[in-house]
Design a binder for this molecule. Structure first.
Ligand SMILES: Cc1cc2nc3c(=O)[nH]c(=O)nc-3n(C[C@H](O)[C@H](O)[C@H](O)COP(=O)(O)OP(=O)(O)OC[C@H]3O[C@@H](n4cnc5c(N)ncnc54)[C@H](O)[C@@H]3O)c2cc1C
Length: 544
């Protein structure tokens, strides 16, 4: 029986970063991945469309990783292993149906000028918003980077109290809860500014009318100006290989095709995992599971190993909207209609604006295929030309407003959704609608297409068991399942009711994205001096 200090279930960004950090602290680590490739949502492929084209099949953009404490700590070693981040000064823009557009750059002055172009005064409003956000950025980013159910979480609360006082703290909390629609309406005059920022709320798993979506939009807007849109040269696989290399070179194991089917508990403590096929891998100090609560409490642990209220809550854990990916290999660079900056922008959202995003989210949440989905059009070549042959290009398209579960109909009344499952025919027909709309903006889209590959929510779910129903964020990010409540109010944070078993991944705080936050927090907790850990950091909570 193989034996390690820590065994990680899954090899997503959180597990790999956590495993690398523990390996550097002298722990012996084993990472077990059920798929044939490492990296979870980071999947770089050179055989998806046509020879010579490199695609990020799933996640593509790394601002959360390059802004993370995990990266700060591992940067030198990752660079020694070949990781190089490339960036852009034009991270995002929106193309509207009338041919107009709006842009966000990495320059405060340019952003002020751009917003003033649409409504005089919005430039100053942007500056005011940015400066006011930055005054409390330590708290805002702190909420997303701290183990909230710990003394660190309490001291963040105390810090906020000292800064704002009782009423001020209440007002700050109110600002965190505001919806994207209300925040945009109160802050900017122009519909263009609303349409530029509102689509970003989709990237946080929310819709523009949900609680906290205004705060999340501000976090992203400021982060884009500060950090641009970095991507690893050559694709995310370079990051995955570098992280796995750190673990292996420290004597650890990183295995694919290794499905964990059971976490073994002895005397209330997680001591090992059992793989499909019967092999057992022993964990002397920790089992760290990067899975959904559904899997953790529904099948990896046995009956009675956690309190009944935890299992019951886990069975009710909700998944969010489904997502579709469309990948294009193009024989030419995209020829955008309108502003020449569109061809240089990393991510262009194609949408009628705030109401368009809101309408499409609402249709998806009612089980309908949206009539006019927000097209997230990623252009990796604006940053990394190595991903396609000279003169040609690729597009990375996301459609984040699709129903969770069975389809009930088509909001446009055009497509027959049959029994509500994603057939190849339905998938291609829906992609045709999106392609036709995108073609109104990218004039050479049809002519230049060498290959188009469409992945339905069902295809995405089949690639990674954590993406239930094609929810790319590992569970709904609605307030009752987010922040203090993620993954479950009965088992929040990362410690579980089983000693030595830790829960990480997108389903846990600080949620989805490539920030490696949960892997980092758990690695830091595990490597704290034992006495300090026992005396200082343990805050009792429900479920223990
Ligand atoms: C299509 C798509 C596009 C995205 N785009 C971006 C983006 O551009 N930027 C960004 O920041 N975020 C993006 N995201 C979100 C982000 O990629 C994810 O939130 C994040 O990668 C999740 O990481 P994770 O650590 O939770 O693990 P995951 O990446 O979900 O990986 C978990 C791994 O665990 C394995 N596993 C699960 N159960 C077991 C088991 N029992 N035994 C063994 N292995 C198991 C799975 O096979 C999987 O490989 C995107 C996600 C998707 C799907």
């Amino acid at each position: 029986m193989a034996a390690f200090d820590a065994v990680f279930v899954g090899s997503g960004i959180n597990a790999l970063a956590g495993a690398a950090l523990l390996s550097r602290s002298g722990w012996s680590v084993c990472v077990l991945e059920r798929e044939d490739v490492l990296g979870g949502c980071i999947r770089t492929s050179t055989d998806l469309t046509a020879p010579g084209f490199t695609h990020e099949v799933l996640a593509s953009w790394h601002p959360l990783f390059t802004g993370s404490p995990a990266y700060a700590e591992l940067k030198d070693e990752l660079e020694r292993r070949g990781l190089e981040y490339l960036n852009t000064e034009l991270p995002t823009g929106t193309a509207f149906p009338d041919g107009s557009s709006a842009f966000l750059t990495t320059s405060l002055e340019e952003n002020m000028a751009e917003l003033d172009r649409h409504a005089p005064g919005d430039g100053d409003r942007w500056k005011e918003m940015f400066e006011s956000f930055m005054r409390n950025a330590d708290l805002s980013f702190g909420v997303l980077g701290t183990e909230l159910w710990s003394t660190a979480g309490l001291s963040l609360g105390r810090q906020a109290y000292r800064r704002f006082g009782r009423r001020g703290l209440l007002a700050f909390a109110g600002e965190v809860l505001v919806s994207c629609r209300d925040w945009l309406g109160e802050t900017f005059e122009s519909q263009a500014a609303h349409g530029l920022l509102a689509p970003w709320v989709l990237h946080t798993g929310l819709g523009p009318d949900q609680a906290t979506s205004g705060f999340m939009t501000q976090v992203i807007a400021c982060a884009l100006q500060l950090g641009g849109m970095p991507v690893p040269k050559g694709g995310g696989v370079v990051l995955v290989d570098a992280l796995a290399g750190i673990v292996r070179d420290a004597g650890g194991e990183v295995r694919t095709g290794a499905e964990v089917e059971r976490i073994l508990v002895s005397g209330g403590r997680a001591t090992a995992v059992r793989l499909a096929g019967g092999e057992t891998v022993q964990a002397g100090r920790a089992v760290v599971a990067s899975v959904t609560p559904t899997q953790l409490y529904g099948s990896l642990l046995g009956d009675g190993e956690v309190p009944a209220d935890v299992s019951t809550a886990a069975a009710r854990y909700r998944y969010g909207r489904g997502e579709m990916q469309i990948h294009f290999a193009l024989s030419e660079l995209p020829d955008w209609d309108g502003d020449e900056r569109l061809g240089k922008t990393a991510i262009v959202h194609v949408t009628p604006g705030l109401d368009g995003v809101s309408r499409a989210v609402n249709e998806a949440e009612r089980g309908l295929l949206p009539a006019e989905a927000t097209i997230v059009c990623g252009q990796p070549l604006t940053i990394d030309p190595s991903r396609a042959p000279e003169g040609s290009s690729i597009l990375w398209i996301q459609l984040q407003e699709l129903p969770a579960g069975r389809l009930k109909g088509d909001a446009a009344g055009e497509l027959d959704v049959g029994d509500g499952t994603w057939t190849d025919g339905l998938c291609e027909a829906y992609a045709d609608r999106v392609t036709e709309r995108l073609g109104r903006h990218v004039r050479n889209l049809e002519r230049a297409t060498i290959s188009r590959v469409v992945l339905s929510p069902a295809d995405i779910a089949a690639m990674n068991v954590n993406l239930v129903g094609g929810d790319i964020y590992g569970g709904s990010c609605a307030l009752d399942q987010n922040l203090l409540f993620r993954p479950l109010p009965q088992a929040p944070g990362h410690r579980t009711a089983v000693d030595g078993l830790w829960h990480i991944g997108a389903s846990t705080h600080p949620g989805p994205g490539l920030g490696a936050g949960s892997g980092y927090l758990v690695a830091k907790e595990l490597t704290k001096p034992a006495l300090a850990r026992r005396l200082l950091t343990r805050v009792p909570f429900v479920g223990r």
